[in-house]
Design a binder for this molecule. Structure first.
Ligand code: FES
Length: 103
């Protein structure tokens, strides 16, 4: 089980727990504002863009080229950007804090 904290653009903090699925699915299923998951998780919309807290970034796994290309098109790109649909939830992510990148 991993506890993940989402912080939306308006500063609202929500803690959620999960043991499987993606960060995007967890956010969408719990109505986290600013994470839409429009493409259903196939890495073609960037509506699941998050900024991972720096201390957890390496734990989110390897970024594929297609994800990097999608993120480069987003105005809110930072060095800690990931697409939530490309982060699978595991216990290693327990305690992770994510900032929603878009409104
Ligand atoms: S849900 Fe579309 S890129 Fe993640």
């Amino acid at each position: 089980m991993a506890e993940i904290t989402f912080i939306t653009r308006d500063g609202q903090s929500t803690k959620l727990e999960a043991d499987s699925g993606s960060i995007m699915e967890l956010a969408v299923n719990n109505n986290i504002q600013g994470i839409e998951g429009e493409c259903g998780g196939v890495c073609s919309c960037a509506t699941c863009h998050v900024h991972v807290a720096p201390e957890y970034f390496e734990k989110t796994g390897t970024q594929e080229d297609v994800e990097a290309m999608m993120l480069e098109l987003d105005d809110n790109l930072t060095e800690y950007s990931r697409l939530g649909c490309q982060i699978q939830i595991t216990e290693a992510l327990d305690g992770m804090v994510l900032h929603v990148a878009n409104e």
